[in-house]
Design a protein around this ligand. Structure first.
Ligand code: NDP
Ligand code: GDP
Length: 325
């Protein structure tokens, strides 16, 4: 039986990855920060019905000693580093924390892996945000990076230190450059979930409208369940590498609104208002990924399209809010 250690187990991807690895027969250990409400760490795992099957252990990416202790105790075959301060907008409010967790956290974990001397395979959750002010209309592993937020700068540091540990120490360390991926488990502050939650609230008469920022930015959105499969596939390769994971389609926030509201029989123009307070100091206008390398080398392809993704999210929010009402 293989053992996996997942940092960020309480997040969206941590939950779906844990589910996938359990299905594959892994023992799954997850690292979670100490929290005044320990139940919180398992909320998403509970939603997937797997809360009792995952071992949750205390640790923090900013505390090297906790990482070393965890590695020595769990002795994982695979380490998935999904933990991060992952919200771009917040990274301008808390740039130093973002740098410490999202950037230095990767240094800490890689150093813990190296010092532990365990034959570990390592996955780093890199991000399409690293392309930022995109230098090509379709971004691949060879497109130059141009980060546009403290979050993206921190992710870039995490990406390069992963490449560096691979080249310096021969570590089986892979970096997945994942484009935006969503699901009913996406954090409420991200634009897709903010929209589907509002659609459900409006449909049920719980709230009236929705305030958003820039509606013209475009994103290449996929389903988180598809994207965690790509993480696992990277770890099964004989050689480590970097892979772009994306659908290849990019649509605007406005279009996502249209699709999500339409699914509930609503017209977004009746409910959405632009509030400049949600504009970002520097925007990432267009992201569209070229996952040809992942298709060829990993045999990976996304299964869920945008309409189905939006529909699943709206339905899940309708279900949750109607039960709460
Ligand atoms: P989430 O924000 O849902 O999850 C982030 C996780 O990191 C949470 O479990 C959080 O714990 C944990 N975390 C935060 N700070 C620390 C810390 N100091 N020490 C340990 N853990 C910490 O993100 P996603 O699941 O959506 O994303 C997973 C990873 O992939 C992240 O690194 C993200 O930046 C990256 N990524 C995500 C993309 C996406 O579209 N979803 C796209 C590209 C990359 P807590 O619950 O306690 O806050
Ligand atoms: P990101 O790509 O990781 O920053 O994911 P987000 O879901 O947070 O943002 C995606 C895009 O939606 C960005 O271009 C934001 O500027 C835009 N956007 C517009 N309005 C909002 C909003 O109200 N909240 C968020 N989070 N993003 C918004």
């Amino acid at each position: 039986m293989k053992t996996a250690l997942i940092t960020g187990i309480s997040g969206q991807d941590g939950a779906y990855l844990a589910q996938l690895l359990l299905e594959k027969g892994y023992h799954v250990a997850g690292m979670a920060r100490r929290c005044s409400n320990p139940d919180q760490a398992r909320a998403r795992l509970r939603w997937l019905g797997i809360a009792d099957e995952v071992e949750i252990l205390d640790g923090d990416l900013t505390d090297l000693s906790s990482l070393l202790r965890l590695l020595t105790r769990v002795r994982p075959d695979e380490v998935y580093n999904l933990g991060a301060q992952s919200f771009v907008a917040l990274s301008w409010q808390q740039p130093i924390l973002t740098g410490e967790v999202t950037g230095m956290g990767v240094f800490n974990l890689l150093e813990a892996v190296r010092l532990s001397n365990l034959p570990v395979r390592f996955y780093q959750a890199s991000s399409s945000e690293m392309f930022g002010k995109a230098q090509a209309p379709l971004q691949s592993e060879t497109t130059p990076f141009y980060p546009r937020s403290p979050y993206a700068v921190a992710k870039l540091a995490g990406h390069w230190i992963t490449v560096n540990y691979r080249e310096s120490f021969g570590l089986h360390a892979s970096s997945g450059i994942l484009f935006n991926h969503e699901s009913p488990l996406r954090g409420m502050e991200f634009v897709t979930r903010k929209i589907t939650n509002a659609v459900a609230g409006i449909k049920l008469g719980l709230n009236q409208g929705l305030e958003l920022g820039n509606l013209e930015a475009t994103r290449d959105w996929g389903h988180a369940r598809d994207y965690v499969k790509a993480m696992w596939l990277m770890m099964q390769q004989d050689s480590p590498g970097d892979y772009v994971i994306a659908t290849g389609h990019s649509v605007s926030i406005r279009s996502f609104c249209e699709i999500a509201f339409r699914h509930a029989g609503l017209d977004y123009r009746d409910h959405v208002r632009v509030n400049p307070a949600f504009f970002r100091p520097a925007e990432v206008d267009c992201l569209r990924g070229d996952a040809a390398k992942a298709h060829q080398a990993l045999g990976w392809a996304p299964q869920v399209g945008l309409e189905a993704l939006a529909a699943e999210m709206v339905e899940a929010d309708l279900h949750r809010l109607s039960r709460a009402a």
